[in-house]
Design a binder for this molecule. Sequence first.
Ligand code: SF4
Length: 96
Amino acid sequence: MFEIVERTIVVSIDTSKCPDCVTKACEAACAKYARGIIKIDTNGCASTGDLSKQEVLRLGTECLACEFACKHDGNQAITINIPITGLDEYNRKRGQ
Ligand code: SF4
C-alpha cells in the first residue's frame, strides 16, 4: 500500500492493482484537476515520483480526482481517508 499524505487527507493506493491498469487514469486526472503530483513509475504503479513529502504537502490540492478516476476508469485501487475532527462525538450525541 502506497500512501500520499496531504494536509487533511491520506490517499491510500493499492499499487498491486496498478500494473494491470490500462488507463492509468489517476495520473491524467491529477494533471488535469490538480497539480500533477501523481506519476506512474517504471513499474506501472501510481507514485509521487521524485517529490519529497514536503513538496507533496505544498502541491497537494486534496481535490479527490484521482480516487474518482481510478474508481471509474482504473482498477479501483485508491481510497481516500478524510478524518473529520469531532464527527464521532457529533454522531454519538445524535444517537448515530
Ligand atoms: S488509475 Fe488506479 S489502478 Fe490505475 S494506475 Fe492509477 S491508481 Fe493504479
